[in-house]
Write a protein that binds this ligand. Structure first.
Ligand SMILES: Nc1ncnc2c1ncn2[C@@H]1O[C@H](COP(=O)(O)OP(=O)(O)OP(=O)(O)O)[C@@H](O)[C@H]1O
Ligand SMILES: [Mg+2]
Length: 345
């Protein structure tokens, strides 16, 4: 559906060149939900604005959407292409002096369809986003989640094949975020909409994306299935993202700054087990306890489902005979559990 080849974008400000996007090539398949993550300033928004040519990429880059090479299109040709690509934003960008219904009607007015038809369509879209009871409200009378649903209905007015979401849930609380993500998933399934989600919230990607690309300093540094990227991250920036998002990183702080809180007895080991494969459903901890005559005092655990496969880990203290602990660690490693010994007495 979308193919970017060697996309770069350089901004020139006060005689200085800023390379916001640096030679990115990427393919997004028809009907998938694709995530783009990266820390602030990585170039995510710039890259996504190249997809609908709101930003013209530097010479040499190619943008294809739905099989059409649009990089060389004229402004009027681009207008037609852009109607196939909807976009939503962090701050909703609704028209404050128009009602919910009028906001959704607005893009329909220029499509040469009869008024009654426009209205029918707007009402149908607002029903789809579950706002039929709010037609006459103004944006200021709505919650953030409701505003974003109006923005989604408006973005769908031109029957797009692609929806670009730039930090669409960043201004929302966790529950409302989940509601919006559920809605996006429904639109993806019901309408076959291809969705590109830019976010710095890892949980958003975990919840609904099939594949993900990681950006850093304008470059695409890693991409793949959400599960393989998160279960086995290759790049430091990806690992940092994951660490920041789970409580398992607290173990490092504990080992480094407050090892006294662990009360480790001689021979005991403070460990972090990270599950990187499908084996997490096996009762691994009770198995090693029984098999190797050791105990694990669990301090905390964080196990999550990514793309319906379990991922995460457990942090705790192993006690027992040192050789038994070592054998247990070996056993766990053979079961594709990453075992880190963070402290020992
Ligand atoms: N119009 C512009 N003129 C000059 N520099 C720009 C412009 N737009 C973006 N940049 C620069 O390009 C780089 C990438 O910006 P971009 O907005 O794409 O990052 P981002 O990954 O979306 O960040 P965030 O997560 O904060 O939204 C930044 O260094 C930014 O300052
Ligand atoms: Mg951005």
């Amino acid at each position: 559906m979308i193919k970017l080849s060697h996309i770069s974008k350089t901004y020139y400000k006060a005689g200085k060149a800023i390379k916001a996007v640096d030679d990115v090539s990427l393919e997004i398949r028809d009907g998938e939900i694709f995530g783009v993550i990266g820390f602030s300033g990585a170039g995510k928004s710039t890259l996504v604005r190249c997809i609908n040519m709101l930003e013209h990429p530097d010479e040499g880059g190619k943008v294809e959407v739905g099989g059409e090479e649009i990089t060389s299109f004229s402004e009027s040709e681009l207008r037609a292409v852009r109607s196939k690509i909807g976009m939503i934003f962090q701050h909703f960008n609704l028209m404050p002096s128009r009602t919910v219904l009028e906001n959704v009607l607005y893009p329909l007015q220029y499509r040469g369809i009869p008024k009654a038809e426009q209205r029918r369509k707007a009402l149908k879209l607002l029903e789809l986003v579950e706002l039929s009871d709010r037609l006459q409200n103004y944006p200021r009378e709505l919650s953030g989640g409701q505003k974003q649903r109006v923005a989604i209905a408006r973005a769908l007015a031109s029957d797009p094949q692609v929806l670009l979401c730039d930090e669409a849930t960043s201004a929302l609380d966790p529950t409302t975020t989940l509601e919006i993500l559920r809605l996006l998933k429904k639109l993806n399934q019901k309408l076959g909409l291809t969705i590109v989600i830019i976010t710095h919230q890892l949980s958003v990607v975990k919840d609904i994306c099939k594949r993900v690309a990681v950006m850093e300093h304008g470059k695409l540094v890693e991409q793949g299935d959400v599960f393989s990227v998160f279960a086995n991250p290759q790049k430091e920036v990806t690992r940092n993202f994951l660490k920041a998002a789970t409580s398992l990183s607290k173990a490092d702080v504990l080992a480094k700054y407050r090892p006294d809180l662990l009360h480790l007895q001689p021979g005991e080991k403070f460990v972090r087990l990270t599950y990187t494969g499908p084996g997490v459903s096996e009762p691994l901890i009770s198995t090693v306890s029984n098999r190797f005559f050791i105990t694990m005092n669990i301090l905390f655990a964080d196990v999550d489902l990514v793309d319906d496969a379990p991922i995460g880990g457990t942090v705790g203290v192993f006690s027992g005979e040192p050789e038994n602990i070592d054998a247990a660690i070996e056993y766990l490693r053979a079961k594709q559990v990453k075992v880190e010994v963070l402290a020992h007495a």
